[in-house]
Design a protein around this ligand. Structure first.
Ligand code: UDP
Length: 467
């Protein structure tokens, strides 16, 4: 029987893509072990499973949660990411049992949203690892959150305090992920339970590399973030960056070909980022005043002020979105892409010199690997926290100053872009990003820290894994 490692990703796009890239990485460097991915959702555009023949995909039967009684809040939606895998535990059990008739399951690697799957894997005695798809600074905070919960009895939602976590910068409670603030919502307990269970797992895989986050990684290894429990091994195997190619070359890449080297500011805000109509107009004003060349991924303003994925909204009408005459005046130096752009290819184009990012971890890694300095404009989830790590700890970005309501003026955008391009501080950030680009390549090369960690991980799985 073949040895296999089973991966179990969550359904969110970023989480899913990262897990598939992890599978490809293991398959590339460790050909003796087979990879199986168990999917909660049917295949869709996001992943074309047929294009990766070395990986065995198993789809669980379609399951859906009961329809919500009232329109779900953002917290309810995040809670459902935990609940869908739990509902699927019987299917998962069956699937793992039948797979074990044809293969030796050496290890089970889960996304943290699939935390409930440990009930199944522990019954079957399969060593379980977590793949944390964000950064080690965030992991430090996450592992420490049960301790914070004990030390501070009140819901953080109503407080404005500074949280000190070993190994990472001090964080204002205002920058913590909103789901970690309101303790009366069930999703808070899901996260706390997950953090406690992760600390007891067979190991933690993180999409980072040692020299990028050495302080946080050291704090985790020394057990500073998990004071009451011996810490499991941590494997920093990144940067894992999407290698997905689009079938046809996007027209924005041809436009970039015509622009001078490092002259273009790229603005893109993740898979879900969208702005109000007033904010979009203000951004246009700022960009126009700055006089830079720009490539901007634009989405319709979300309805009712809620973040949407922008993909299902009606056709964008650019004329009505922007200040009068903006499109005409900037047509030589600006390129607008509706909804979705080939971000990795853009960041790696020689004409791109700056990236305005919402601070999703994949976007940060992609920019770093392309050597592009960033302007941090966080929007949702853990992005405000990532922005602090990116600016204060990794020193690869300037922050936009956001007031309480999050609205950024055109003037602020103009000033920060100018500062990043022209000031000494901006130059220091640019040098730091180039140094980190080289460090990332080094870590991922033969003999580099991430390749070594990957080899150690697979070795541990094969040695210790169930026979
Ligand atoms: N992305 C893209 N084109 C876009 C917007 C996003 O290719 O127009 C990709 C981006 O390259 C990244 C992912 O979507 O790989 C977004 O992940 P990230 O962790 O940055 O943010 P999230 O979407 O999870 O908030």
């Amino acid at each position: 029987m073949d040895d296999t490692i089973v991966l179990y990703p969550a359904t969110g796009r970023g989480h899913l893509v990262s897990m598939i890239e992890l599978a490809k990485l293991i398959a590339k460097h460790h050909t003796s072990i087979k990879i199986t991915i168990i999917l909660l959702t049917p295949p869709n555009e996001t992943i074309s499973t047929s294009s990766i023949p070395s990986i065995n995909f198993i789809h669980l039967p379609p399951t859906s949660l009961p329809p919500p009684v009232t329109p779900p809040s953002f917290r309810d939606i995040v809670a459902s990411f935990f609940e869908l895998p739990r509902l699927n535990n019987p299917n998962l059990h069956q699937t793992l049992l039948s797979l074990s008739k044809t293969a030796n399951i050496k290890a089970f690697v889960i996304d943290f949203f699939c935390n409930s799957a440990v009930q199944v894997s522990s019954t079957l005695n399969i060593p379980t690892y977590y793949f944390y798809t964000s950064n080690a600074n965030g992991l430090c905070h996450f592992l420490y959150s049960p301790t914070i919960s004990e030390n501070i009895p009140d819901s953080l939602e109503d407080l404005d305090i500074v949280i000190d976590t070993p190994g990472i910068p001090s964080l204002s409670s205002k920058v913590l992920p909103p789901v970690m603030l309101d303790r009366s919502h069930k999703v808070y307990q899901y996260f706390i339970d997950t953090a406690s269970q992760m600390a007891k797992s067979a190991g933690l895989l993180v999409n980072t590399f040692e020299s990028l986050e050495s302080r946080a990684i050291k704090a985790i290894i020394e057990g500073k973030c998990t004071p009451d429990i011996p810490v499991p091994p941590i494997y920093c195997i990144g940067p894992i960056v999407s290698s997905r190619k689009t079938k046809e070359e996007h027209e924005c890449l041809a436009w970039l070909d015509s622009q001078p080297s490092r002259s273009v500011v790229f603005l893109s805000f993740g898979s879900m980022g969208a702005f109000s109509a007033t904010q979009l107009k203000e951004m246009a004003i700022g960009l126009e005043k700055t006089g830079v060349n720009f490539l901007w991924v634009v989405r319709n303003p979300p309805e009712n002020g809620q973040t949407s994925d922008g993909m299902l909204l009606e056709e964008l009408n650019l004329e009505t979105l922007f200040p009068e005459g903006f499109l005409e005046r900037t047509k030589e130096r600006g390129f607008l892409v509706k909804q979705w752009a080939p971000q990795v290819a853009i960041l790696n184009h020689d004409s791109v010199g700056l990236f305005v990012t919402h601070c999703g971890w994949n976007s940060i890694l992609e920019s770093l690997c392309a050597g592009v300095p960033m302007l941090a404009w966080p929007l949702y989830a853990e992005q405000k926290m990532n922005s602090v790590f990116l600016v204060e700890e990794m020193k690869m970005a300037l922050p936009v100053n956001q007031p309480e309501d999050g609205f950024v003026s055109g003037e602020e955008l103009e000033q920060r872009l100018t500062e990043l391009m022209n000031s000494e501080k901006g130059q220091t950030i640019q040098k730091r990003v180039i140094a980190m680009k080289e460090a990332a390549a080094e870590a991922a090369s033969e003999g580099g820290s991430s390749r070594f960690a990957l080899a150690q991980l697979v070795d541990a799985m094969v040695r210790v894994g169930k026979k």
